[in-house]
Design a protein around this ligand. Sequence first.
Ligand SMILES: N[C@@H](CCC(=O)N[C@@H](CS)C(=O)NCC(=O)O)C(=O)O
Length: 230
Amino acid sequence: MNDLVVYGSPLSPFVRKVEAVLKFKGESYDFETVNIMDLPDWYREISPAGRIPALRDRRIGTEGVPGTIADSSAICLYLDRKLDTGLYGESAFDAGRVAWFEEYADTELAMNIGMQIFRPLIFPLFTGAAPDLETARKAFGETLPPRFDYLESALQGGAYFVGDRFSLADIAVGALMSQLGMVAELPSIDRWPALIKHCEMIKVHPTFTDNLAMCEKMLSGVLPEKFDLS
Ligand SMILES: N[C@@H](CCC(=O)N[C@@H](CS)C(=O)NCC(=O)O)C(=O)O
C-alpha cells in the first residue's frame, strides 16, 4: 500500500496530468477507479464539485475527507510542495506562466477537446449509440484552430512552453492534446509544426506512456479506429 492514492479514471485528462507529475518524480501511488457516471457518496464528500481526480495522502488521513484534496491543479500544487517537483519553472515569473498554461489547457482546451470532441464521440459508444461527429467536426474545424494558433505561437518554434525546460505547462497541454490524439487524427503538422511536435514528444514521454497505454486498452473495445475530423 502506498501513501498516495489517486481517485479517478485514466481516461480523464485531469487525472492524466496528476499521474504525469507523480511519474515525473518516480513516486509510487495507488489508483482507485471512480466512475463519473455514478459517483458514490463517499467520493462526493471528498470532491464536492463531483469531479475527478482527487488525491489522498494516507499519511494525513486514511478515511473520509482528512488527507484528501480535490482538483488536479490543487493536487499538482500539493505534490510540488511535498515532492519538490521542479515542474513550475525556475523563477517566480516562470511559475506564473506555468500556471497560466495549465489554466488555458484546463479551460480552453478542455471545453473544446473534452466536452466537444471526446465526450460526443466516445460516450455514446459505451452505450451502443452513434457518435456525434457533427459536434466534434465543428470543434475541430472552427473552435480549436485559433487555440492551436495561440499554442503554436507560444512555443516560438521551441520544444517547451516555459523557460526552455519540461514543466507542468507541457504536462497540462499534453494531457489535453493527447485526449484528442486518442480518438482522432492530430491536426496538420504543416499548419502547427511546433505544437504537433510537442504532441509527438508527449506521446512517448515516460511521464505519459503508462497512462496512454491504459487508455488505449480501455478504448480498444469501443473504438476500432480513430475518427477523421478534417
Ligand atoms: N478543474 C477540475 C476539472 C476536473 C473535471 O472536469 N473532470 C471531469 C472528468 S475529465 C469530471 O470529473 N467530470 C464530472 C462530470 O462531468 O460529471 C480539475 O482540474 O480537476
